[in-house]
Design a protein around this ligand. Sequence first.
Ligand code: PMP
Length: 390
Amino acid sequence: MGIYEKFARLVGDREQFCTSGITPFGTCIDEVYSATEGRIGAQKVILAGTNNYLGLTFNADAIAQGQSALAAQGTGTTGSRMANGSYGPHLALEQELAHFFGRPTAIVFSTGYTANLGVISTLADHNAVVLLDADSHASIYDACALGGAEIIRFRHNDAQDLERRMLRLGDRAREAIIIVEGIYSMLGDVAPLAEIVDIKRRLGGFLIVDEAHSFGVMGATGRGLAEAVGVEQDVDIIVGTFSKSLASIGGFAIGGKEMEVLRYSSRPYIFTASPSPSSIASVRSSLKTIATHPELRQKLWDNAHRLYDGLEKLGYQLGSHISPVVPVIMDSKDEGLRFWRELITLGVYVNLILPPAAPSGITLLRCSVNAAHSDAQIDAIIQAFAALKA
Ligand code: PMP
């Protein structure tokens, strides 16, 4: 055993949980037919547990652009943004993103995870103090650990708790870094951004918002929660990902001119390979689609309401917010696993989320809708949940 001994409990728990059948950890989707359908084992399923919010993974133009970039520029850049991995389209995409947000600077990273790592670990060094929402994504916590900043967690979505903790910092509050997310990925709830911006206006601070799950989803033009709330000018840096609404892989940060310094100071920007040309080409296509097809966002929200209402009528305990992420709260881990497996046999794939991935020790079935789901598919998801109650 040796070095692996410390994992004995984890391994034991997992083995006990995955005694037979399809495992909820690293589930293999054997075939993907479309943005909404796939096959797991012998079972054809509706994909109701993805982050493909606008359903663009099979968009014809995104595929065509990706294919032609693959043929023209090759399979990969084989180098980092800093060295040999910045091609013309990477820079063009940065300009397009900056233009879309109406801000001076956009930087493309290799993933959303490295975007958070790259921005936060570099700015939040050992001299900094960071106030972060307790339910922050792992990449935000990891970034703080890498940077070595002092971390102060405030209660999830509790602006008053943030303010109390800011006040305790005295003069240091002016330089503090505040980090929140747009839509939280597990419960589908959103940060109280107007209140947080009000605190920032009074007490100071540098505000970073991770719009991974809200970009393309919220705001009149899809720029996210800050746009929806009308506070974009108060947000210093927006971090995002290409792996959700933009249906590809990569990450980005949007900010002022001063943010350019990250290009030669941020280790997660400098020391990892850049996204492949085909990924970048697909993202550029999807960004155009987001800008020109607001009806996709409308359909996404219609689907979110349809699913939420349907599950609520069945008596399920859901999250407090209606959003494209619809969490169905389970009584226990065992019930979660049983329901998750039965849903697959009924032709519906959702995500089983166990603590600590789910907050507050709860187990939930994370359902998510996208703009490509038809009404009939949403109804089929509701029917499957109804069958579980029968
Ligand atoms: N931030 C948040 C809030 C996320 O949920 C995720 C991914 N689940 C990331 C960042 C990382 O994004 P990526 O998958 O592009 O690494």
